[in-house]
Structures are given as C-alpha cells and as structure tokens.
Design a protein around this ligand. Structure first.
Ligand code: HEC
Length: 140
C-alpha cells in the first residue's frame, strides 16, 4: 500500500516537472521593446500635460522668459529665437526645429541631443513627454 502511494506521488512529481518544462518551452518569445522612434508617436493628452507642465515652471513659463525661454508657440518653431533670452551657444548653433519628435528627444536628454545645452532637466516617462508636448502644442 505504502509502495503504491509512493509510486503515485512519483508519477505526480514527474508529470508536474514535465508540465513546467513544457510551459517553459511553449512560452512565446516576448515582443521586442519599442524603439525610441516609436515613442515620439505616442498620443499625448493635453490635460494631463498641463498638470505635468508644472515640473517645467521652476524654469519656464508660457509667456515670460525666466531661467529658460518662454514657451508660447514653441511646437514647430526654430530653436533659440526668443528675443531677450540668453541661449547657450550650443543651442543657438544647433539648427533644431522643435517638432514634437525633437522636443521628445530634448526632454529625454537635452545634453545628448545638444551637447553644451544649459537645460539640466529631463522627463524619463515617454507618455509624460507626449502629454507635455500635446499641452505645448495648444499654447500657440
Ligand atoms: C532647471 C531648469 C529647467 C527646467 C526644469 C526645464 N527647463 Fe527647459 N530650458 C531650460 C534652459 C536654461 C533652457 C535654455 C537652454 C539653452 O540655451 O541651452 C531651456 C530650453 C528649453 C527649450 C528650447 C526652447 C527654445 O526657445 O529653443 C524647450 C523646448 C524646453 N526647454 C522645454 C522644457 C520643458 C517642456 C520642460 C518641462 C518638462 C523644461 N523645459 C524644464 C531650463 C529648464
């Protein structure tokens, strides 16, 4: 009797191990991580963006130059052209036009996009960047 219980226990054990192994084998390969280019095409939510823009207001405002240049009309505008704001030479020479994709790269890592730029702030969350850009696009 004890022996047959042992046998059943063993069979159950083997079946369990086999099914775990099979599950591992049949697991589908994970989808590849989205490439950074795809990130810029995330749909932004301007309402959320307005709230997130509060993280920019330590240095920026929509209508006044402060630590950073004013933002009204920035989406689609050439970089470093706001009169009365002292841009870094690096940004002045960058030739960048602030398309949504460019702002996305800027907010990801300003110094990587424009070495020598003097904005020391970044937004790591892709959806947050898209939301902020959607908000800025409304500030025409
Ligand atoms: C710690 C201060 C600081 C914060 C916070 C900050 N910025 Fe800036 N930003 C700057 C400075 C300084 C510049 C000018 C950079 C230069 O001249 O190299 C700048 C430049 C820019 C420009 C280029 C504007 C132009 O006229 O070419 C954009 C766009 C921008 N910031 C967006 C943002 C957004 C959006 C946020 C919030 C998510 C933000 N910044 C947060 C300091 C800041």
């Amino acid at each position: 009797m004890t022996q047959s219980i042992n046998l059943v226990a063993r069979v159950i054990g083997v079946v369990a191990i086999l099914s775990i192994a099979m599950a591992g084998l049949s697991a589908k390969p994970k989808p590849k991580a989205a490439k950074p280019v795809a990130v810029a095409t995330l749909a932004g939510n301007a309402v959320r963006g307005k709230a997130l823009y509060q993280s920019c207001t330590g240095c920026h405002s929509i209508d006044e130059n402060e630590v950073g240049p004013k933002h009204r009309g920035v989406v689609g505008r050439h970089s470093a052209i706001i009169p009365g704001y002292a841009y870094s030479p690096a940004l002045k020479q960058s030739g960048i036009v602030w398309t949504p994709a460019m702002i996305d790269r800027w907010l990801t890592n300003p110094q990587k996009l424009v070495p020598g730029a003097k904005m020391f702030f970044s937004v790591s969350n892709p959806q947050s960047r898209a939301d902020i850009i959607a908000y800025l696009a409304e500030q025409k």
